[in-house]
Design a protein around this ligand. Structure first.
Ligand code: NAD
Length: 299
């Protein structure tokens, strides 16, 4: 795959991060934004970030900052941006109609084999790709902010996505050093946000009563991370609260924590950490060492 072209559509926070990751793996990256001048502004910002990373010896991949930056170009014209690409990573606003029309437009400008991938945090593949004709090449590659440091990527298929498309996305993500996980089918909120939204919802309920306790349990103030993923807390709520509500409403009744899921979880945990004393002791020692390291960092 190396040396191949990837088009990033939308040059905000996440578009820039994807561009930096793909460049680090030696891919040529073409960034497009529908606001003229926005994509070239993104390049200026990326250049600064990449140079700082090189100075701090934190640059990812085997190429120098200059080599990586030579792979990057900005485009105000979508057709030009898509030329030669084998993979399109969409990173526009979290707005269903915006994404649907972007994919409709993109599909009309690329050949059948090009993979169409969305960064959406919380929209279902069957909705995002509803205006695409050939949905076998559609996939969601959901990153976690900031993707340069958090390697998890959720790969979520549309019901029609071909396994081969999932495989290409998986290889691409692995190739640039991310840690992809494959979801077998679409589910509202995917996996990560279902867990995160459960924490958000319960923190929201409890926030006035026990902020201090929550801080000590979660090691960070509830909601202090969210504002780093959007311009402000108000903006975060405006962008994501509808999705959070929708996902939480799909949670269903509380489990009785028995039966088949319990058997499976017990088996998996026993494989990970055998229940014998020596394994448990080693694991506890490791945990305490890591906590000590964390406490030192906090100091
Ligand atoms: P952002 O507001 O920083 O950037 C969006 C960019 O898209 C802007 O530059 C805008 O000009 C551009 N844009 C809008 N409509 C467009 C169009 N039709 N064609 C081309 N460009 C267009 O948003 P972001 O935080 O980068 O989020 C982008 C996507 O990534 C969203 O779907 C979001 O849910 C997802 N995501 C965000 C985070 C996060 O923490 N911010 C994490 C994972 C996934």
């Amino acid at each position: 795959l190396k040396g191949k072209i990837i088009t990033v559509v939308g040059s905000g926070l996440i578009g820039r991060s994807w561009a930096m990751l793909f460049m680090s793996g030696g891919y040529m990256v073409k960034i497009y934004d529908n606001i003229p001048g926005q994509a070239s502004g993104a390049i200026t910002d990326i250049r600064k970030q990449i140079e700082e990373l090189q100075q701090a010896k934190m640059l990812r991949g085997n190429l120098t900052a200059a080599e990586q930056l030579s792979l990057l170009s900005s485009h105000d014209d979508l057709l030009q941006a898509l030329e030669g690409a084998f993979f399109v990573q969409e990173c526009v606003f979290e707005d269903l109609e915006a994404k649907q029309s972007v994919f409709h437009e993109v599909e009309n400008l690329v050949t059948e084999s090009v993979i169409l991938s969305s960064s959406t945090s919380c929209l279902m593949p069957s909705n995002v790709f509803s205006r695409v004709q050939n949905r076998t090449r559609c996939i969601i590659s959901h990153p976690v902010n900031p993707p340069y440091y958090v390697r998890l990527v959720e790969l979520v298929p549309h019901p029609e996505t071909l396994p081969a498309v999932m495989d290409v996305a998986y290889s691409l993500m692995t190739d640039v050093g991310q840690a992809p996980v494959r979801l077998r089918k679409e589910i509202d909120g995917f996996a990560l946000n279902r867990v995160q939204y459960a924490i958000i919802a319960e923190s929201w309920r409890l926030v006035q009563v026990i902020m201090i306790i929550l801080k000590n349990i979660l090691t960070t103030y509830p909601f202090s991370g969210e504002i780093l993923n959007a311009p402000s807390m108000e903006d975060y709520l405006q962008r994501y609260s509808e999705g959070i509500k929708r996902v939480l409403n799909t949670f269903g009744p509380v489990s009785d924590f028995s039966g088949e899921p319990a058997d499976r979880i017990i088996k998996e945990i026993c494989e990970l950490i055998p229940a014998e004393q020596e394994h448990l002791t080693a694991r506890r020692e490791r945990r305490d060492q890591l906590l000590m390291g964390l406490a030192k960092l906090k100091k």
